[in-house]
Design a protein around this ligand. Sequence first.
Ligand code: DPX
Ligand code: MG
Length: 564
Amino acid sequence: MTNSTIKTYTIGHYLSERLGQIGLKHHFAVAGDFNLVLLDQLLEEGSTKQIYSCNELNCGYTAEGYARANGAAAMVVTFNVGALSAINAVGSAYAESQPVIFISGGPNTNDQGAGHILHHTIGTTEYGYQAEMVRHVTCATEVIRSAEHAPKQIDHAIRTALRLRKPAYIEIPCNLAAAPCSRPGPVSSLLAEATPDKVSLDAAIKAACTFIETRKNVAILVGSRVRTMGALEPIVALADRIGCAVTVMSAAKSFFPEDHPAFRGVYWGEVSTGSARDVIEKADGVICLAPIFNDYATVGWQSEPDAKNMLVADLTEVTVDGQSFAGFHLGAFIKALSEKAPNRPASRENSKFTPPVIPSSAPEAPLTNDEMARQINAMIDSRTTLTAETGDSWFNSSRMTLPGGARVETEMQWGSIGWSVPAALGTAYAEPDRQHLLMVGDGSFQLTAQEVAQMVRYEVPVIIFLINNRGYVIEIKIHDGPYNYIKNWDYAGLMQAFNAEDGKGLGLHARTGAELADAIAKAKANKKGPTLIECSIATEDCTDTLVRWGKKVAGANGRPPHLG
Ligand code: DPX
Ligand code: MG
């Protein structure tokens, strides 16, 4: 049924139409009796396609990955048993600044406050606790109680999520999903950025120009939250205007074109690439665009630009020379600054960029981490998205050389292993015309492996590099113990189980460079499903940057408590 032929317009239809209006083409779901009627409404209105996940954690990560590529996403789960599983993924969306609309079915309104004990709940008679839990990982929490108020509550959640780039929660009782409801008004009030406060923006630009003018050695440091801007052109325009060197943080790999002449590498303290460390540590003025300086990014608090030398432009505020300005979004600030900023080319003129070289090995030699990373890097073109899971895949992706247009997705703030398999699937749904590569370690894969079955089901050709190094190697380097070693699986063999009678997924083994090259050729030809290439490498074989970084992070974790 299409929207115009719907006879009775319902709350579920309203939500469905809004999701389509904000630019979603899919929503992700796991069915359960508290959301079945809602799922019917979403199918009936039909603005977005319903895609199923194996479980709610995966559903959330798929939505999170989709939002990265599409700007926003929606997921639908059932009450408690579904939603509580999804909270980890919604935490990721919060930490990584992704507007995921988190929709849960809820108990029948007649059971609320009636002293009834319901299935799927903790067995008490009050049902507000799910919304209370979710409140901490969302920017708006709306529990629908009537058809009359539903439109404004749904709009409030969606508008807040889009403006703040954070997840928002909507709970719809199972007996209200099909309740008659008014039709939506124009969507523009949900989409539009709030009009920038021009006075505040002008003051911020004036302060930023003074900051740049009064520094000799200015550089730009790009942080991961610029992802929320979508396009990179404004950042390039700013770099061109100032004429300075540009570096990216590790979580912001690919958020500045590496083939741009101002690019100087990844700034990650002592594990930086190119001349990024020199550029940032010599600068007396660092323009930080939406950075997150957490313990991982600062290599255990060792490397953070000096606060007095920093201008920090975050999503909704700018801090410069001790003053703070708000009332406009990052994009508006960058655009305005790129029209007014003074020229300060010293950092670019006095530095060079030599891309890291990843060593190769003989084709018949046992596969090494270097040879694997080198071959994956060679596959990356301007239409490739590489998703890199927490683990050595971070350090491998960090040292890759990217053509303009290539994209790397990591989850360095939340860092929850298992994220990447469903997230890469979400990214691939959103951008079917790109090539999707995934690097995931054996330990991480074991958390969410079953989502590969959805890649088979929906014929999504993600190429998965499963790095089988027999354990949690990043943890081994930070703090070793028996808990870092895992049960080995026949990862490539799993594909046969996921294919069952009709799937077209491919599972391949690579134990040498030649086998990997052969597997990559087969993967590229397989357009009707995922290809999982199990890359077997030795446990001790990892990037040297991981080892150096791991020691510092272990030191930071091991600091004794301050007493008194
Ligand atoms: C853990 C991590 O095999 O990658 O390259 O071998 O390290 P590497 P693997 O995928 O192992 C990942 C492992 C166990 N972190 O080294 S990073 C702790 C952890 C986490 N997230 C969750 N649980 C535990 N990051 C959900
Ligand atoms: Mg591993």
